[in-house]
Structures are given as C-alpha cells and as structure tokens.
Design a binder for this molecule. Structure first.
Ligand code: KG4
Ligand code: ZN
Length: 349
C-alpha cells in the first residue's frame, strides 16, 4: 500500500458524518448531515428519530464524501468508526455501516472513541501542540477536563456530575422558547445582554471535589423565569438577552474556574479547547485571554471541527491504525465508553 487513505464515520448523536483524510492529515472530505429539523419540534434530540435519520442519511453522506474527495471506493484503505460513547440506536447505524464496508472490501476496521476524537481534532488542526496540554472538551453530551500527557495518555481531572455545558445551553433555550439547538442561539442573543444583570452562584460540592455541575445554573435560570414570566415572554426582550448573557457568563466562569484550579496543581505547556461548545464566542474569548495571561500557547478547534464531525474520527482512526490497533468484526457499540487512561481528580478550589 502507498500512503493510506482513511475514511471516518460518525453517528453517535444527531449528526451523520463521513470524512476522508490522507496520511498527512489533510481533510479531503468532511460531510456532515445535521438532523436539526427532525429534532427541533421536540426541543432536544429524540433517540429513535436520530437512529432512523442516520439510517436514511448515511448512504447519501457516504456518496457525497467520496465525491467531495474525488475518490472511488477502491482508493479507501482504512475504515474508522465511532463506537461510543453515544446513543445506542445512533451508534449501531454507523458501526454496522463501517463493519459491512470493511468486511465487504476486506479493509481494516478501527474503533474510535468519540471524545478522544474531539481531542484528536485539536492535533489534526494545530499539529504537534506542546505537551502536557490542559484540555477542555465541552459538548452537548460531555464536559471533561483532561491533562493530555502525551498523544496516547489522557488523564481525567474533572467532569460534569449532571448536565453537560452544551445541554445546559440547550435547556435554557428550551425554557425561553428560543429554538434548538440552543447554544448558538443563546450565544447570539447574549451579545445584546448584560452579563451582570442576573447573579448565579458558582456550583460547589459538599465532598470538596472540583468537578463540574450545570444543573444548578439551569435551576437558577428557571427560578428567574418563574418569578417574572411576563418579562421573558417576548424573546426579543432585554430581559431575555440579559438572562442569556448572565447565564453564558456563569457557564464560562465555571468552566474556567476548574481550568485555573488545574493550572495551580499541574504543570502544563499549552491550553486546548474543543467540542461543540468551543464555538461559543465568550468561551473562546475568555479561554484565549487566560492563555495570554498565563503565557501558554492556546489552541481551539475551528467551529467545523468543534461540533461533531467525522474528520476527527478519521484522524483518531489514523493514529490508532499506525499503532496497530484495529478492531474485529464482532465490534459492538459501547454507550458509556470512557475516554481516559487515568484519573487524577482535582480537589479544593
Ligand atoms: O460536540 P457537539 O456537536 O455534539 C456532542 O458531542 O454533544 O456539541 C453540540 C453542543 C450543543 O449542545 C450545542 O448547543 C452546543 O454544542 N453549541 C454551543 C454553541 N454552538 C454549539 N454552545 C454554546 N455556544 C455556541 N455558540
Ligand atoms: Zn461530540
């Protein structure tokens, strides 16, 4: 085989995506088919609808990816697929598509962890970043703070104990009837609001752990709404903009609180930010400012590589394939798959 070509498949939640990268990590195709219109009427992802939509969309997404890369099937050398964590019905579609493809074409199959994919997206885009890297991955399903010690060794420092950061944005948007998915909408509306208009207490745990928690912030927002429903009835009102801005400010403050704490106890060479919530304008700004203040090189994925995409899955697949880590055809999805090699929880403040 000359330089291999990698095809990545992502279907863990509500985006059907297939990407093709070459062995230099150049993205030849990255097709993402969003299911927003399927789920929008329900204000959140409906698992059964997601799985049916993946089934409907995956053949077209596959054809589009090959066309975008200007390649035919004979030119694909390795098939990589997300096998967890995620929604079981959604994962099954991608895993079975990948298995059939690899089996039918006699190609190696690589099983990819979705969250490790989000981390690999940072390397795909920014190359060899200085390690160890303090890495915040924030999405609709996950909020994790890792210390990436080397390209294969990820230490978990903090995680959310309830909602993920993106989920919190989505729930606020649902409460205010702003639309789905909420993160980008809240971000836009927050530009017109006052981040100091409403006070939010920072989450704390009685056991002293420095983990994340977003359900308290969501409850505090719901409380404001209950106190004065009329003020928030009009989505163009100043009250809605102020609540969005204050909530976003609190979420970002909480996210960075743990990052700052980790910087006190771990010695790091760079700061990394990825996952769908890395699209948030205030978070990008605050994270970059922290990096500048601490004189740490700071890297954030571009929006297209922040939200779910298969380029990051192909990139992680390429990394694993070079290490000889291929999967068997009895591969099954793992709904609750961990992304770390070790745990060293932060404590204190
Ligand atoms: O990584 P992702 O595409 O899917 C998961 O793995 O969960 O992340 C999607 C999440 C959603 O919760 C969405 O509301 C959030 O990312 N998101 C944002 C923004 N853009 C997307 N949250 C805050 N501000 C944004 N601009
Ligand atoms: Zn994701």
């Amino acid at each position: 085989m000359t330089a291999p070509i990698f095809l990545g498949i992502e279907s863990s939640c509500d985006d059907t995506s297939i990407a093709i990268i070459n062995d230099h990590g150049t993205i030849l195709a990255n097709v993402v088919s969003s299911q927003i219109t399927d789920h929008a009427p329900f204000g959140g992802v409906v698992p059964e609808l997601a799985s049916r939509a993946h089934l409907r969309n995956i053949p077209t997404v596959f054809e589009q990816a090959l066309a975008q890369a200007d390649l035919n099937l004979d030119q694909i050398d390795v098939v990589a697929v997300t096998y967890g964590p995620g929604l079981i019905g959604s994962l099954l579609v991608g895993v079975n598509f990948a298995k059939s493809l690899a089996f039918g074409r006699n190609l190696p199959l690589v099983a990819v962890n979705h969250i490790r994919g989000h981390i690999r997206a940072l390397f795909l885009e920014h190359g060899d970043v200085p390690l160890p890297a303090l890495t915040l991955i924030v999405s609709g399903g996950h909020t994790h703070l890792f210390l990436v010690e080397d390209p294969d060794h990820f230490v978990l420092l903090a995680k959310t104990r309830d909602d993920a950061a993106g989920e919190a944005f989505d729930k606020l948007a649902k409460m205010l009837d702003l639309g789905f998915p909420g993160g980008a909408i809240v971000d836009r509306i927050a530009q017109q609001g006052d981040p100091k208009a409403f006070a939010f207490n920072m989450p704390r745990f009685s056991d002293g752990a420095a983990d994340y928690s977003f359900s308290g912030l969501k409850t505090a927002a719901a409380h404001q709404l209950r106190r004065n429903p009329k003020a928030f009835a009009d989505r163009d009102s100043q009250a809605v903009a102020d609540l969005c801005a204050s909530f976003q400010h609190a979420v970002v403050r909480h996210l960075l609180q743990r990052v700052k704490h980790a910087l006190k106890v771990e010695s790091v060479a760079s700061l990394l930010l990825g996952g769908g919530v890395a699209c948030n304008s205030h978070l990008r700004q605050a994270f970059t400012a922290l990096g500048t203040e601490r004189r740490l090189p700071t890297f954030i994925t571009a929006p297209v590589l922040s939200t779910d995409n298969a380029a990051m899955i192909a990139a992680e697949g390429r990394h694993l394939w070079h290490r000889g880590q291929t999967a068997n055809f009895d591969l099954n999805p793992e709904v609750r798959l961990n992304a770390y090699d070790a745990v060293r929880y932060l404590t204190g403040r």
